[in-house]
Design a protein around this ligand. Sequence first.
Ligand code: PFF
Ligand code: NA
Length: 452
Amino acid sequence: MSYAPPRALWASRLGFILAAAGSAVGLGNIWKFPYITGQNGGGAFVLVYLVCIAVVGLPIMMAELMIGRHTRKDAVGAFIHLEGKRSFWQAPGWISVAAAFIICSYYSVVAGWTLDYLYRALLGSFSGQSAENIEGLFGGLTADGPRQLLWHFLFMSLCLGIVIGGVQKGIERWSKILMPILLALLALLFMNGLLSPGAWEGITFLFRPDFTKLTPAAVLEAMGHAFFTLSLGMAAMITYGSYLSKQEDLLGASLRVVVLDTVIALMAGIAIFSVVFSVGMEPAAGPGLVFKTIPVVFSQLPGGFVLAILFFLLLAFAALTSNISLLEASVAYLIDERGWSRPRATWFLAGLAFVVGIPTALSYNTLAEWKVIGDRVFFDSVDMLVSNYFLPFSGLFISIYVGWFWSGTEEKQELIAGGAGWVYPTWHFLIRYVSPLAVAVVLFFKMKETGL
Ligand code: PFF
Ligand code: NA
C-alpha cells in the first residue's frame, strides 16, 4: 500500500459554506451585477440571470464539488485521477487552473482599487467635493500606475498571508471572520437603501421585467455572469470540494452557497440603486457605477462619510475571500501534483500573480498604447480571453464529462441519499443536456463576437 499523506479537510460544515460563499460572493456581486443590470435595463435581465443560475449554475456547481470531493485532488489531478491516466479530459483541469491563476492576477488589481477607495473614504476625501471632482478620481487612479501597483501589492500580500495558513487555519478561519462582517455591512447598507427615498424606484428597477430591453446580447451576458459569480470553471469549487467531508449533503451545501450568492447580489443591487435613484442619478453608469456614481451619491447623503467607509470595506472583504480561492486553486495544483510545500507554493504563485498583474495595472497608463488582442489593452485582452474562452470551455467540458463520460455512479447516487427522489434525475438531465447546450451557445456567440 502506498503511503498517502493526510489531506486537509474543512473543520466544519459552516466553515465550508462560508469559505465557498466567500469565493462566490465577490466583486461580481457588488460591483459587476449591479452595473450590468443597470446597462441591460433591469428586471428582465435579472429574471434571465436567475434562470441561468438555477438551470446551469447550480448543476455545474454540484458537479465541480462532486469531482473535487470524489478525487480529493486539485483540478488537474482530479481529472487524471478520474480517468486513471493522462487523457484529453485533463484539458478542463488545465484550463480551469490557468483561468484561476490569470484571474487572480487581475482581480487583485481591481481589488486594489477598492482599497484605494476605502482609504479615501477613511480620509473623508469625498465629502464637500463636487461631483466632477469625485468622478475624476477614478480616471486619476487608473492613470496612476505606481499607485495601483502599491494597492495590488498590498492586496496580494493579504491573500498570501491567508492562503499560506492552509485550509483550516488560513482559509476557513478567515472566512469565518470576514463573511459575518461582510453580511453585517451589507445588511446595514441594505437597510439604508430601503429607508432612502429612492427605495421603491430601486426595487421596481430591479424586479419589474421590461422584455423590450432584453437583447440576445443581454442573455449571453447573464449566462456568462452566472458562471463568474458562482466561481465556476475556475478550479475553485473543485478545489474547495476536495476538502469537503463525504458525510456532507452536497445538494444542501451547494444550494446554500448559490442562494447566498444570489441573495447578496440582489441586496447589493437594492442597496445601490435605491441610493442612486434617491439623488436622481443614472442607473446605467456601467463599470463606473461603484467607483464614480456611488461616491458621488454618498457625498450628497447625510451620514455619507460612514456609508462610504462601510461600502468600500464590504467590497474589499468580498474581493479578499474570492481572491484567496483563486490563489488556493492554483496553489493546490503545485502541492498535489508537484509535491511542493504549501509555503513554497503560496509564495511562488502569489509572487508570480503579482508580477503578471503589473501590466494589468499599467494598462490604462504606461502601457495604454500596447494593444494585445485587436484594439484591446492588456487588461481587456486577458479578461476577454479568460471570460469568453477559458470559462465557457471548461464549463462545457466539465458538464459533458460529468453528464456523459463519468461513470462515478456511486458518487452521483449519493445525491439520491441526500435529497428527494426527483433530485438526481433532475440534476442529471440538467448536466447532460441543458448546461452543455447553454454553454455551447454562449461560447459560439462569444467567439463570433470576438472574431477569433
Ligand atoms: N465569484 C467571484 C465574484 O463573483 O466576484 C469571482 C470569482 C472568484 C470567480 C473565485 C472565480 C473564482 F474561482
Ligand atoms: Na459572485
